[in-house]
Design a protein around this ligand. Structure first.
Ligand SMILES: Nc1ncnc2c1ncn2[C@@H]1O[C@H](COP(=O)(O)OP(=O)(O)O)[C@@H](O)[C@H]1O
Ligand SMILES: [Mg+2]
Length: 470
């Protein structure tokens, strides 16, 4: 075994125990120990100082490894090699064959996650959820990092998964009907095993065949961009999926209720009320909302973009709510139009809207009724007030008064208003905060506010009646 192999093995062992891989400085310390080099010698070759490696990294690493390979003996720099070599036969058999192989990626390519910051708590939670639940929904606004998060987890698990036997990545952004999606999935599975597929005709038989696969093997299946399956008009339709897609409801329910050992992960900009309902009934399903990056990690996104005025970067992160895609786009434009100066850009007090944010809001607002009329009215009112008044939030009471005073055809109940606010919150379209006096205040993130104010000023053309003119 050479140093590289030894480090890889230890990294796998640490991962199996701790759910994290060895960091670069830890690997350097291990290399020094394996090759019996001085920390000084090895520090000279890399970017970490000798003191950092010796005082900070090494002691903690020895404690960690003592717990994993020590078998009663304390692991030190001097002893590491002997202990590891002595234990190796046992250790190797402890790591299953899959652990050292690169598990098959079935279907599409993972998004590129070579630059990936933070998200440690989310990764740890998600890792646990995918092994416990049969369905996990990752909900969040466009560009917030849902796909990146699950892709990163798969990347990690693929190298050393004892949990899964295969990973399937399938984008459903093209809105396939259930029969098409099942055909695609079955084809992917058959191809992965070099088998010819005898595709059943009926939806029901296709679904049965698919569930059989989830039962036989432990797969992690990602259905990416599942908001594309939610086609119903929420003002009128009883199914959130709409007529043509209504059978997805039964499909997702079966994923959760049928006995199998796999996990299906959905990423979506909109929540799946039916899945959340099953979760509340104690079924093995979980829906989690993904929020923006915070602190240092959000700043790292800007750092790789070559901007100036570092003092002001925090303001950018705040305006774009730590949304990695929005931050990347804004940074690009600041570079192109403001010579990279964040200060210059902020002076203009303008909010840029990313294409994908705009597309999403358009889908919500126009035509097909992904927002109810009441939800649109709430957004329009908030946007109007926040734009004209010198305040940064509107109290819940003020909103209630406004909605009650409006000459509506029917009386809107408080419950309906609360449900509308919850739904907007789940879609990351409003933000709530509680004042010191426990009063609820509502606000809109700048991109949403900007979109709505532009949209409502042009909205008449598209047949949307501005409630303010009513
Ligand atoms: N934690 C992260 N660190 C660095 N970049 C990220 C991170 N999360 C997302 N990104 C980047 O932001 C962009 C949008 O992420 P993506 O996962 O596609 O968002 P979503 O699926 O929520 O729409 C991508 O370019 C992605 O690489
Ligand atoms: Mg995505």
């Amino acid at each position: 075994m050479d140093a590289k192999e030894a480090i890889k093995t230890m990294s796998e062992l640490v991962f199996a125990k701790e759910g994290r891989w060895l960091e670069e400085p830890e690997k350097i310390v291990l290399e020094a120990a394996w090759l019996d080099l001085d920390y000084k010698e090895i520090a000279e070759r890399g970017s970490y100082s000798f003191e950092f490696l010796q005082r900070r990294v090494a002691p903690q690493l020895w404690v960690l490894l003592t717990g994993i390979i020590g078998d009663g003996e304390k692991v030190t720099k001097k002893r590491l090699r002997r202990i590891l070599e002595k234990q190796m036969p046992d250790l190797r058999s402890g790591i299953s064959d899959e652990l050292s192989s690169n598990l098959a990626m079935i279907g599409g390519h993972l998004p590129n996650v070579s630059k990936f910051y933070g998200r440690k708590p989310e990764m740890a939670m998600l890792k646990e959820l995918v092994t416990q639940e049969r369905c996990v929904a990752l909900i969040g606004q466009p560009g917030i990092g849902k796909s990146a998060l699950i892709a990163k987890l798969i990347e990690v698990m693929r190298v050393a998964s004892i949990e899964f036997e295969g990973f399937i990545w399938k984008s459903v952004s093209y809105s396939p009907l259930l029969s098409e999606l099942l055909a695609d999935l079955l084809k992917l599975l058959a191809d992965s095993e070099n088998q010819k597929l005898d595709l059943p005709k009926s939806n029901q038989d296709r679904a049965l065949m698919f569930f059989k696969q989830l039962e036989l093997r432990r797969y992690l299946v990602v259905l990416d961009s599942t908001e594309a399956l939610l086609q119903g008009d929420r003002n009128t339709d009883s199914s959130p999926y709409g007529d043509k897609y209504a059978d997805y409801e039964g499909f997702f329910r079966s994923i959760i209720e049928k006995q199998h050992q796999s996990c299906v992960v959905l990423t979506s900009r909109e929540p799946f009320a039916d899945i959340t309902r099953l979760q509340h009934k104690g079924q093995p399903a979980r829906s989690i909302k993904i929020e923006g990056l915070v602190g240092k990690e959000a700043l790292l996104i800007l750092k790789t973009q070559g901007l100036t005025d570092e003092d002001e970067w925090g303001d950018l992160v705040e305006i774009y709510r730590g949304n990695p895609l929005s931050l990347e786009m804004v940074a690009q434009r600041i570079k192109n139009f403001f010579g990279g100066s964040v200060k210059q850009f902020l002076k203009y007090k303008t909010t840029l809207i990313t294409d994908i944010f705009q597309d999403n809001l358009e889908r919500m607002f126009k035509g097909n009724g992904r927002l109810t009329d009441l939800e649109k009215e709430i957004l329009t009112y908030l946007s109007g007030e926040l734009t004209t008044l010198p305040v940064d939030s509107i109290s819940f009471n003020q909103l209630l008064n406004h909605l009650r005073q409006k000459p509506n055809e029917y009386v809107i109940t408080t419950t309906e208003i609360i449900e509308a606010l919850e739904s907007l919150d789940e879609r990351s379209l409003i933000e709530r905060k509680v004042s010191a006096g426990k009063e609820i205040f509502l606000t809109l993130q700048p991109q949403v506010r900007k979109y709505i104010s532009i949209y409502t000023s042009k909205g008449y053309r598209d047949g949307f009646k501005n409630p303010k003119s009513a």
